[in-house]
Design a protein around this ligand. Structure first.
Ligand code: 0L1
Ligand code: MG
Length: 266
């Protein structure tokens, strides 16, 4: 029988990720896992990754769009941590030997030019701290079976983080209308979703401000050079072996990702 605490919950999630094995929600067995405890599990999990050679490269927001909130049945955004090992080179297929049930979602991504520390950060202040804006495609891979979890569960699981692609085009934060920036998601040529930046908390800079302010509540901040994924603009699509999935943005260019070959299950 597992004795549930911060460390055992983090270990359970790390083992599931390493073994490419889905698990039932931790809250099924540990009802005391609340939002604050979920973030402490997330911290423990990231501490373990750092001890194993990962470097923190930024933060991400999850569940910032209605499309994603409705799909997951959770109406509150959350933050999580990006590490260097999540970065995926353009053109490299999604590697099924690494993931359980990967899904992919288009995002507007900021690279920070200045530190940003809440509380009290407005979207205008947040945008002024951005160095460049990029298209992104985030690979999420919940460690929970069928992507079924409560908010504390998914916070503990570092918001399903698994990988991210960055588009090659960098635009200044005031060189485009981020609210109107549109994105089409195609799977094997068929448009399956579309959205504009307004889907992300009304404006991606609102999501950035939200990240700075919620991190401040835990004594954290965003640093110059950090990558910030502002949250899926649309619902995420499952990646299947051999698929070709693209995100075409109005002025941030396109990212095309292939599903690699199927990997045998152990
Ligand atoms: O990036 C995200 O929006 C992930 C949030 C967690 C929920 C999910 O797995 O989609
Ligand atoms: Mg995301």
């Amino acid at each position: 029988m597992t004795i549930w605490n911060i460390d055992s919950a983090a270990r359970h999630l790390l083992d599931a990720e390493a073994d490419r094995r889905d698990i039932t929600p931790i809250t099924d067995d540990w009802a005391e896992l609340d939002i604050a405890t979920g973030y402490r599990v997330q911290d423990a999990l990231i501490t373990d990754k750092i001890a194993n050679g990962h470097t923190v490269v930024g933060v991400k927001l999850g569940l910032t769009s209605r499309a994603k909130q409705q799909r997951m049945g959770i109406d509150s955004p959350l933050t999580a941590v990006l590490t260097d090992k999540m970065y995926l080179e353009a053109g490299v297929p999604v590697d099924f030997s690494r993931f359980i049930h990967p899904r992919i979602e288009p995002e507007i991504v900021f690279v920070m030019g200045e530190d940003l520390a809440g509380p009290g950060i407005t979207s205008a202040r947040a945008l002024a701290a951005v160095r460049s804006v990029h298209a992104g495609f985030e690979v999420i891979d919940s460690r929970y079976r069928d992507f079924k979890f409560t908010l504390p569960d998914v916070i503990a699981d570092n918001a399903s983080s698994a990988g991210f692609y960055l588009g090659g085009i960098a635009r200044g934060p005031f060189d485009l209308d981020l609210q109107m920036e549109a994105c089409l998601v195609r799977v094997n040529g068929q448009v399956v979703y579309s959205a504009t930046g307004a889907a992300v908390q009304g404006h991606p800079a609102e999501a950035l401000a939200l990240a700075a302010n919620s991190l401040a509540a835990r004594g954290r901040s965003i640093h110059a050079g950090d990558i910030v994924l502002t949250g899926g603009m649309t619902d995420a699509v499952f990646v299947n072996p051999g698929d070709q999935i693209s995100a075409e943005f109005t002025s941030l260019g396109s990212i095309v990702v292939a599903g690699g070959a199927a990997a045998p299950r152990c």
